[in-house]
Write a protein that binds this ligand. Structure first.
Ligand code: CTP
Ligand code: CA
Length: 231
């Protein structure tokens, strides 16, 4: 819970939030993309402004108005998202990767629009893996003490539960906090509500009951503040 007696507990901090989903172009008019709405990232940006932070919001293909008081950098591709986030991270006390970068991009972007062949054949698109921005931020720590926060949408499977997968991802990425959504059954996307567990690198877990994305955002900032203070 937010400390009601201290509504501006993020004052003096620069926080960077990424939001939305990246697009990886095949040609000038076509892309591979994903369903991220950007709502959680925008809720994080708005609540951080309200709590007094200097906020840089890196927004990828989001159909939402700029939050008042935040510096908004609009990007499209994962390469552009990486560039904007890494550059803003140089002066950041916290970076929250709420965006959904595409995991893969076409190996080549055609300068001309790809045309249909007369013989009815379809092109084969070779994909390359995109850089992992969160892992890079956690590894490089451009500025000592920056709190690095990731998100993960997981489902349980034969190899483990949602939390098993999330713990492994937190360790693999090397971030400080990982916000985990259980997406079994296809919930969350575009929904105004959210339910999550915030895992921290020291083994702690904070369950956040179903509620608004703003409510979850406040819990995330509470955890960030605690880690900035102990950094
Ligand atoms: N992320 C990132 N760069 C990428 C992919 C993901 O920074 N190229 C970040 C996301 O913004 C999110 C976190 O990493 O905060 C976890 O994303 P997720 O897609 O769950 O991780 P992946 O490593 O891509 O794992 P998966 O194979 O499960 O998709
Ligand atoms: Ca992914």
């Amino acid at each position: 819970r937010r400390d009601a007696a201290n509504p501006t507990d993020l004052a003096g901090l620069h926080v960077v939030v990424s939001a939305g989903g990246t697009r990886e172009y095949l040609d000038p008019v076509r892309f591979l993309g994903n369903r991220s709405s950007g709502l959680q990232g925008y809720a994080l940006a708005r609540t951080a402004v309200a709590r007094g932070a200097e906020v840089t919001l890196v927004a990828a293909n989001v159909a939402l108005p700029d939050p008042a008081g935040a510096k908004v950098v609009r990007v499209e591709t994962t390469a552009e998202l990486r560039e904007a986030v890494v550059s803003a991270a140089a002066t950041a006390d916290a970076v929250v990767m709420a965006a959904a970068p595409a995991d893969f991009r076409p190996g080549a972007v055609s300068e001309a629009k790809i045309k249909k062949a007369d013989d009815g054949s379809a092109p084969v698109i070779a994909l390359e893996q995109n850089p992992d921005i969160l892992a890079e931020l956690a590894r490089e720590r451009v500025r000592a003490g920056t709190v690095v926060v990731g998100f993960a949408a997981e489902t349980g499977d034969d190899h483990g539960s949602v939390l098993d997968h999330a713990r492994a991802k937190l360790a693999r990425k090397g971030c400080d906090l990982l916000v985990v959504n259980d997406v079994s059954g296809g919930k969350v996307f575009g929904s105004p509500e959210n339910e999550a567990v915030v895992l921290d690198r020291d083994g702690g877990a904070t369950a956040v009951p179903r509620g608004s994305k703003s409510a979850l955002a406040h819990v995330i900032w509470d955890q960030v503040v605690a880690r900035v203070e102990t950094a």
